[in-house]
Structure formats: C-alpha cells, structure tokens
Design a protein around this ligand. Structure first.
Ligand code: MLT
Length: 404
C-alpha cells in the first residue's frame, strides 16, 4: 500500500496566512455592510510600474512572432536577467558574483521552501522566533523538525527575538547546521547592521553551518549601516545562500519572479551547493516565463528603477504613519523603518489571537497575530504597510477610536 509522508500529519492546522484569510472572509460574509481593511499578508496594492508593463507588452508581442517566440527557457533564468541582477544588485555594491551564481525562480517563498532538498534530513536547523512560517513548516514536512509539542518543534533550535534583546537573535549555544536569517526582518520589521551580522558569518565558518539569508525586504532599507546583501560581509560567500524577490521590491506578488544566489565558494565536504541547486532546479523546475523575466529586467532600467522606488517610498511612508499612529494611540510599536512591517504589542497583555479578533470585529482591520509566527510572537500583532494610503489612514483612525 502506498504510504503518505506522515510528517504532514504533524503540522498544526493550516498555513498561518490561510487561517487569517479564512477568518477575515467569514467575518466579511457575516457583516456585508462593513468595510474591511487588510493589513495582514504582505501583498502589494500599487500596480506594476509603467516601464515594467511596457516591457511585458513588448515580450507578449515577441512571443507571437516566429523569431521572437520562446519555448522552454533555461531553468536557471535567461542570461539577460541574471547578468542585470549581478551588475545592478551586486557589483554596484562592490560584491563580485557571476551570472551562473544566480538562479531566477517563481518566488522566494518557493526557494526558501525548496532549498531543503539539497540538505540532509539529519541537519539541525535554527530559526528565529517569531519567524516566517515557511522555514519551519517546510523543515517539518521534510522530517527535520521532529514533533510539534507545546507549540514548539522538538528538533528545531529556536532563537528568541524579544523586546529585551532588541528583537535580534543571539548566536545559538548549540551547534546549528542550517540557520535561517531574514533581515530586514519579517515579521518584526527590525534590521541588522553589518557589525551585528558579522558574528553570524564567523559562527557559520567555525561550525561548518550554512546561513539561509532571506533578503526579500532589502529595498526597504533606509539606514546606511544595514547591509542589502549578506555578501557585503567578508567571507559570507563561503557560508551563505541569499534569497531575493521582485514581489515587494517591484510589485510582482501576482506576477512571480525572484532569485536565489548560491556562490561557487559555498562548499560542504568539497561539494559545491551551486551544483546541487542547479541539479535540483533542472530536474524539478522549468524556469520563469520569458514575458515575466523581461518584465523583471525592466525594473533595472532608469525609468523602471525610478518608478519602483516611488512605490517603495510610498509604502515606507505608510509604515511611518502606522508606527506613529499606533504610538500616539498608546501602543508600543516596533519596526517599519527599514521594513514594511510593524510589530505592535497587544494592549493589557491580551493574547495575539484575541487582539486580532478585537481589531477585526471592532475596527474591521485585519492584522496577523504574532503567535502565528512562533511562541515568542505571543502578545503582538503584525501590521503591513502595503495597503493604500487611504486605507492605512482609515485603519489608524479606527484603531485610535478603539475602546481598549
Ligand atoms: C508575509 O505577509 O509574511 C509575506 O507576504 C508572505 C510571503 O511573502 O509569502
């Protein structure tokens, strides 16, 4: 008889954002007269930039001609995009990478989840707590997380990110083989400076660990001390894989395009991880559509860059409004300076899900409960800055008028 992967049976309930979406749709169905404002999943609201749309249209037209038609593309991405990424995202910052160290994909979420394929199930994994749930759930699916007992996975190393440590993780006391870091951080919205990141590279070198560095929010960095790439730190190419995305940078959440950097210098037992990831992608992935990669390339044109920057500035201004309005309303709020997320403490020690319900029912604002990101997220909710300005202002007004 065929057997299922029973690691799936150990997973608690449904995926966090599906639970939040279900609760919010149920409330909307029961209250059709209420206007609900979503500040939950980090999904963008500004349309794609005109330069991106123009490139996409052009690529669509090309696809209708014999000479411009593209069938299966390279699994790793077209060279025009990989070269542009190297030039604009890395060499411009003094980081020397080659196009064959870049793997274009349909999302940082997929890559963060799939990267586990190239690692043994015996590795010990360390995650921040709270954390983007994809890192945890995909390791649980692979059998690397153990059992889910009292809100924690028995085999994972949790690195608490708490108010008292500035919400930054401390180096694990145990030996961690794989370490997930996401900075600027989701869900807390804080960032790490180069100096704060450096000891992680040293730890990884000493322990033979690999850092999986999720840099999906680098476009929101405003502080010059905060690195846009982990490779800004010397030696990082020997120990880190970096994930980047066009989703939040250029509004590609529905269009799907991202990339992962696996440097040739990163080796385990003499084997290049670049070769393993290439093998994995060639076998299981058929590349991002030509039309989408052409659209992504346009993000790097002068016009594309200018237009996408305007969108980022708009979201950063939303973040400022949220943080300051929450503070004025008496909440303690963090993040939102180098990231599109604001991490707010619930009032009067309320549980995250209770405050989520209160915000939904009384202010009609959907957030994400902090406890959904891990046990140390209890007592917080996360707001995203990706709403429209109008809805952001409306939501803040309603929250200021809440009866707490
Ligand atoms: C989030 O809200 O945490 C992100 O949008 C989720 C994602 O990028 O998959």
């Amino acid at each position: 008889m065929a057997k299922i992967n029973d690691n799936y049976l150990k997973l608690p309930g449904s995926y966090l954002f599906s639970t939040v979406a279900k609760k919010s749709s149920e409330f909307a169905a029961a209250n059709p007269d209420k206007e609900i404002i979503k500040m939950s999943i980090g999904d963008v609201t500004i349309p794609l930039a005109p330069a991106v749309i123009e490139a996409m249209h052009k690529a669509v037209d090309e696809m209708g001609t014999p000479e411009g038609f593209h069938g299966y593309g390279p699994e790793q991405g077209y060279d025009f995009l990989r070269s542009k990424i190297v030039e604009k995202d890395y060499r411009a910052r003094g980081i020397d990478l080659e196009p064959d160290e870049i793997f274009v994909s349909d999302g940082a979420k997929s890559d963060c989840g799939n990267i586990g394929d190239i690692f043994s199930v015996d590795n010990t994994v360390a995650v921040c707590d709270p954390v983007y749930p994809v890192y945890v759930d995909t390791n649980a699916m692979a059998g690397r997380a153990g059992d889910f007992i009292d809100d924690k996975w028995s085999k994972l190393i949790y690195m608490p990110c708490l108010e008292e440590n500035g919400f930054l993780p401390e180096l694990p006391k145990e030996k961690a083989d794989i370490i997930y870091l996401c900075f600027p951080n989701n869900p807390i919205g804080v960032a790490m400076t180069k100096e704060q990141l450096r000891p992680w590279i040293e730890y990884a070198k000493e322990n033979g660990s690999v850092i999986l560095y999720d840099s999906a929010y680098e476009a929101f960095i405003t502080d010059p001390e905060v690195p846009h790439s982990i490779y800004e730190i010397d030696g990082a190419k020997e120990v880190a894989i970096e994930f980047r995305s066009f989703s939040k940078t250029a509004g590609f959440t529905g269009t799907r395009c991202a990339y992962t950097v696996v440097p040739h210098e990163l080796k385990l037992g003499g084997t290049e991880l670049n070769a393993l990831w290439n093998r994995r992608q060639c076998t299981k992935f058929n590349g991002v559509p030509y039309i989408i990669q052409k659209a992504a390339e346009a993000v790097y044109s002068d016009e594309g860059h200018k237009q996408t920057r305007e969108a980022i500035e708009y979201y950063l201004e939303n973040a400022r409004i949220i943080r300051e309005s929450l503070t004025e309303a008496g909440f303690t709020a963090y993040g939102g300076v180098n990231a599109p997320y604001i991490w707010a403490k619930t009032p009067n020690g309320m549980k995250s899900w209770d405050f989520f319900d209160k915000l939904l029912e009384e202010a009609n604002v959907v957030t994400t409960p902090g406890s959904g990101f891990g046990p140390s997220g209890e007592g917080y909710v996360r707001f995203t800055a990706f709403s429209t300005r109008e809805n952001t202002l409306k939501a803040m007004e309603k929250i200021k008028n809440l009866n707490l």
